[in-house]
Design a protein around this ligand. Structure first.
Ligand SMILES: C[S@@+](CC[C@H](N)C(=O)[O-])C[C@H]1O[C@@H](n2cnc3c(N)ncnc32)[C@H](O)[C@@H]1O
Length: 376
């Protein structure tokens, strides 16, 4: 068999400035997978090696040259990820066959100083089979190019949830997802609590579309996700679920659906809210000139953006008045979604007044659903 080491050397030299990571895999091997990625340690470029044996992962940092000591010829598949293309060597009888395919990796993904922060809770190549059915991962665990932004969004959502829940010890959790749609997030939240946190989770996703709800229930059933359910239901309803609820999530629930999610949390005193609002038409369509901010209403684009910010500011003010501590977080970079504000709230029961909003409302005469649902 020809020398695979020479081939790997050639590819690495040619792609030295574009190299993101390399994965050696072979299911029959004791170490089923070896992942190699460059990493900056004390201003020196090194290589981080992850070796996957059984359910354990072993880490080691090595000098650059030591990459050529890896047992390449013992592995059936060697994948080299570079900016824009994957180079794959697959072992066949006659030797290793090379294939090249496009990928969605950009320069910003291989910024070494960011390498540590870019370790997501769920990573490309992780075994999350539902993600394949949902069309986020390909069969070999790669992120589908057109779903890269969605993958970043849902991973970030999970990171923000993890920030709150890593220090909370609970055995069980119940979560409602308002406007779950294709439910990429819902599945990943379930995976996070059940597979990573090892908790018992009950998660229900609500949406108006019966076809997506049926499909999601089918996928959940296929993977034995017994605590994950989807329901055709209108989130405007006063009562959706009878038991105790710990968390309400919503990701881009259209227009006022976000307000109904927040209102449900307020009325039912749900301890945690993670909500990324979507398009917001109400204030933009109803606001009239009448005060100090009139110059923000002269031009359509500025009016639209001002209205969206005002909508979120009002939601935050109402949540605070109704007993929540609220953080407003940049959810993902603007490039991955322009709807990138998350409202993260936890119930503290410390209430306040809606006086500021009452005053604004009188001056500008707009409608806002969460305010309508909560004013006296
Ligand atoms: C933009 S999609 C977002 C889906 C999903 N959360 C995501 O981020 O991929 C918004 C979803 O909210 C659903 N929706 C809008 N109004 C709703 C309502 N009143 N009750 C239930 N679902 C609603 C829509 O059917 C749609 O699937």
């Amino acid at each position: 068999m020809e020398n695979i080491l020479e081939k790997i050397q050639k590819e690495l030299v040619e792609n030295i400035n574009n190299f993101k990571k390399m994965i050696l895999s072979d299911t029959s091997s004791d170490i089923k997978k070896i992942v190699v990625r460059p990493i900056l340690i004390k201003n020196k470029i090194m290589l981080q090696i992850e070796r996957y044996r059984g359910s354990k992962v072993f880490h080691e940092n090595i000098e650059l040259n030591a990459i050529f000591d890896l047992p390449f010829s013992e592995y059936n598949q060697i994948l080299i990820e570079t900016i824009g293309k994957d180079i794959i060597f697959s072992k066949q009888k006659a030797g290793y066959k090379k294939k090249v395919r496009e990928n969605a990796i950009s320069q910003s993904d291989i910024n070494l100083s960011h390498n540590k922060q870019k370790s997501y809770l769920i990573n490309e190549g992780d075994n999350v089979p539902a993600m394949v059915d949902l069309g986020i991962f390909t069969k070999d665990g790669k992120i589908v190019k057109s779903k890269y932004d969605k993958f970043k969004q849902i991973n970030r959502f999970i990171e923000i949830i993890d920030d709150v829940f890593k220090s909370i010890n609970k055995d069980e959790i119940t979560i409602l997802d308002f406007g779950c749609g294709k439910s990429y997030l819902t599945f990943l939240v379930y995976y996070y609590f059940v597979e990573i946190k090892k908790m018992k989770a009950k998660i229900i996703g609500y949406d108006l579309k019966s076809d997506v709800v049926d499909r999601c229930n089918e996928i959940a059933k296929n993977y034995g996700y017994s605590g994950l359910h989807f329901q055709v239901n209108d989130v405007k309803k006063d009562k959706l679920y009878n038991g105790a609820i710990d968390v309400i999530i919503s990701l881009h629930a259209c227009d006022t659906a976000t307000d109904f999610a927040l209102d449900y949390a307020i009325k039912h005193k749900i301890p945690y809210i993670f909500s990324v609002p979507c398009c917001q038409h109400e204030i933009n369509q109803t606001i009239k000139k009448g005060g100090d901010f009139d110059l923000l209403l002269n031009d359509g684009l500025i009016k639209e953006r001002f209205s969206a910010l005002l909508t979120d500011a009002i939601r935050v003010e109402i949540l605070r008045a109704k007993g929540y501590d609220v953080d407003v977080i940049e959810f993902v970079d603007f490039a991955h979604s322009p709807k990138n504000i998350m409202l993260r709230a936890n119930l503290t029961h410390k209430t306040g007044s809606l006086e500021n909003i009452d005053t604004l409302m009188k001056k500008y005469n707009f409608s806002q659903k969460l305010y309508e649902l909560n004013k006296k």
